[in-house]
Design a protein around this ligand. Structure first.
Ligand SMILES: Cc1ncc(COP(=O)(O)O)c(C=O)c1O
Length: 466
């Protein structure tokens, strides 16, 4: 830990407008917001604006943004290169339910950057992309079941909301025989029964499963890194083994690259891990925050469209999303933005190591420098169940402390820090390190005095997600 005094005073955040808007919003929006994942009770944040790597809330409090909208804003908020291009294109009209050249260009760029994709189509959200990829897999194989990993998040359609991220790990059932845990009410049992939960990084589990019921399984969908649990990485060879196993059993492999796409590498996690899946989904980084998303894959599988599988959407490929994708992907292709992002992430991790090592606290970095987490544990986590054995109470206290000091990581120990190109500006990295250091000191001091607030105590606790 650095030598700064722990008791550096923390100016209170201004909250007058937040409090008033929260009360007003509660009258109309359930939870005061448009997503359960932003409904943080009294601490629900109302944002005014963002620029580069910073955001300002409606009371004018300024934060270094380490959430970046759960990942999409890869270049920075209000990036003028993207915004100017979108502005110029949108003046030609935004929605025709006809096809523009922007859409063709955007999907050509997806092909070019991934290198393995033959055909792709746009959607508006990652949710739609994973839903369609699953449907295409079922249509192509003539099988109905989909394997998904515990702890992985693929959006909010019924097929995705199984065994996602319970706080109480025991709800996932026995480790050898996990249960299909529906997230919330309203998910038909018949739909849930088509999803088989599996354990990430556990190839033996998959082999046993495939041997038992492989002839009913259409596909396995995987977040190549476990983005919903601090971006836990695959064990060396896991993806290769899974690719071989899926081929052996005629099961399709869907890479859900909504978080990793165009971030881990220009060709996403598929390039990073050297895997050719059959289908993939993208969103987030492909549009720098505009609602651009897509699914795509190899020719034979995608040939289910347009005749054999339903896919459509009034806003699919709308001008704003398509133009944003074109410009963002061109920037990622033609500049060293990704190299910058990876270097900032490594610098931040180096600085965090210098702060953490002298404390003797057990910790591991999870993820890739462009989206990484810090887990307080002395064992390398390999699946969602391992999150329960980390000291997330300490992490949460640090995150809440960072918020009070002007940096905003997600205040939930399951969501990684997202790095954007604009974090290279000024002394953002040094500021984050100072803020982390002070917040760690304060959290340890609170623990020493038995004052460490547990999650759910009215701090900024809320469920995790995308
Ligand atoms: C891996 C993954 N897949 C799918 C989704 C769903 O995307 P969207 O929120 O755009 O529907 C998310 C969102 O966080 C995600 O992280």
């Amino acid at each position: 830990m650095a030598t700064e005094p722990a008791a550096r005073s923390v100016p209170a955040l201004r909250r007058e407008r937040q409090t008033a808007l929260y009360r007003r919003a509660l009258e109309t929006l359930p939870g005061g917001t448009d997503s359960n994942f932003r409904a943080w009770g009294d601490d629900t944040i109302y944002v005014d604006r963002g620029k580069g790597g910073r955001v300002w809330d409606i009371d004018g409090n300024e934060f270094i943004d380490l959430r970046m909208g759960y990942g999409p804003v890869i270049l920075g908020h209000g990036d003028e290169r993207v915004d100017d291009y979108v502005n110029e294109r949108m003046r030609r009209g935004v929605s025709f339910s006809l096809t523009t050249e922007d859409e063709v260009r955007a999907m050509e760029l997806v092909r070019e950057l991934t290198g393995w994709v033959d055909k792709a189509r746009m959607t508006v959200s990652g949710t739609e992309a994973t839903m369609h990829a699953m449907r295409i897999a079922r249509a192509y194989t003539g099988r109905e079941k989909i394997v998904k990993f515990e702890g992985q998040y693929h959006g909010v359609h019924d097929y995705a909301l199984i065994s996602v991220s319970p706080n109480d790990i025991s709800e996932l059932g026995d480790a050898d025989n996990p249960v299909r845990l529906a997230w919330g009410r309203g998910i038909p049992g018949a739909v849930a029964d088509t999803i088989i939960p599996a354990r990430y990084n556990n190839i033996d589990f998959l082999r046993r499963l495939f041997e038992r019921e492989g002839d009913q399984i259409a596909a396995i969908i995987v977040e190549p890194v476990l983005g919903n649990a601090q971006a836990i990485m695959p064990k060396p060879g896991f993806h290769q083994a899974m690719r071989a196993l899926t081929e052996e059993f005629g099961i399709l492999l869907i890479f859900d690259e909504v978080k990793t796409g165009f971030r881990l590498a220009r060709g996403g996690a598929a390039e990073f891990f050297g895997i050719k899946p059959d289908l993939a989904t993208w969103a987030k980084a492909m549009g720098n925050g505009y609602p651009a998303a897509a699914f795509g894959g190899r020719e034979a599988v995608m040939s289910m469209l347009p005749d054999k599988v339903s896919h459509g959407g009034t806003y699919a490929g709308n001008r704003i999303a398509a133009a944003a994708a074109v410009k963002t992907l061109e920037i990622l292709r033609d500049t060293d933005a990704l190299e910058t992002i990876h270097a900032i992430g490594r610098r931040m991790q180096d600085g965090l190591r210098e702060i953490l090592n002298p404390t003797g606290l057990p910790y591991v970095f999870t993820g890739h420098p462009s989206m990484f987490g810090i887990m307080f544990t002395d064992t390398e986590p390999s699946e969602y169940r391992d999150w329960a054995n980390t000291d997330h109470e300490l992490y949460d206290a640090i995150a809440v402390g960072m918020h009070a000091r002007g940096a905003m990581p997600e205040p939930d120990s399951r969501e990684p820090w997202f790095i954007c190109e604009a974090h290279a500006e000024g002394d953002i990295v040094d500021q984050v390190l100072t803020i982390f250091n002070d917040s760690l000191d304060a959290a340890l001091e609170a623990r020493a005095h038995g004052r460490l607030a547990p999650m759910g105590s009215g701090a900024m606790s809320h469920p995790t997600a995308g």
